[in-house]
Design a protein around this ligand. Sequence first.
Ligand SMILES: [Zn+2]
Length: 431
Amino acid sequence: MKNDATVNGTLVAADWVLPVASPAIKHGAVAVHEGQIAWVGKLEEAPAEVAGWPIERHAGILTPGLVNGHTHLQYTGFVELGRGSYTSFEHWSEEFEVFYDAVTDPAEWGVAAREGAQLALRSGSTAFAEIVTDEPARGTLAGFGLQGIEYLEAIGETEARWGSGGREAFTAWLDQASECVVGVSPHAPYSLDGEVIRELTELARARGMRIHSHVGESSVEASLYDFGNRDVLEIYGDMRDEFALIRGGGTGLSTARYAESIDLLGRDSHLAHGIYLDRADRDLLRETGTRVALCPRSNRVIGLAAAPVGDYLREGHEFAVGTDSLSSSPSLDLLADVAALAELATAQGYADDDLHERLLAAATLGGAAVLGRDDLGALRAGMRADLAVFDVRVAEGEDARRALVERGEGSCTLTVIGGTVRFTRGAIVSA
Ligand SMILES: [Zn+2]
């Protein structure tokens, strides 16, 4: 199969097909027609309409394209930062600022984002919840045919700054023409005044846009919302004293309650990390339909507590998985984070036999849900033909889903988006 080839009018077959929303199929195939899935099943049972089509056979496991629930592709150049180790979120943030300030040519953000898109394509990801902080990084998803949302980020806006030009500048940015679906990312409830976040969510909802923020990532942010502890705002220097939470001495609310009070929760919103949330906070997320994107390898690099994936599973949450960026993660290979979640869940005492099934669902359907998409994340007639193949051999009697979770990292051999081959064994179809 060649790059920029299409698989339209083809039966893409593999040793195993994992449709995600239905049971695994041994010697399965997917029939692709005009960028969509026309049929999924056992190859030998292909119906007359597709049985005569050419067959592309692959070793290993065929899945829906993976959906990365949290990235910042513009930080793909910050590899050295991601290779470090840190004692806290605040420690990492200080180092991050050094890297960020060292980028003097804004065009570098676009170059880095495009590199990131290529890396992600090489590991089977086809859709992203992508945060854009600097304009040159915009347009990357569309450039590679990737699906998803580019969330424009607001950060460091106090009411005063927002009122003296911030509001107009952000609104104009939001309303620029875009090839990609646009969303709004209030960076975090600590880095923007609550009133500003309320306005940002209003701007988003008035435009039918989705919302994505970082919540529960720092071990000390809860103490800011509760009683005005300024530790999480250390990197803002003197500016930190301008934030309403510092001036007012906090709100007495827990992290999720505070996020709710500034309109950040809801079915149209998802949160990155969600580590430092207690049971009541997690329950509030579930009750409001707010999903979390867990990024376990990023948490490990930054020196944070482990993502409480065992709790999220036991408490009946549906969640997504994200790699975060190379500024805090070793790679953009989403299956490496899925494997990390499986290890964590087991260490946290989750022993139900649906573990691998649910984690793969999180990396596909869970991601599609946080993007507000019902045409991605599963193999079913009528869905987009976004596919990935992983060269993972499944032993006799072994669960194919478990094999993929445990050995999928680095094994992608084919990535297809909307029926078009975007990556195949070592070569990339450029934008
Ligand atoms: Zn992030």
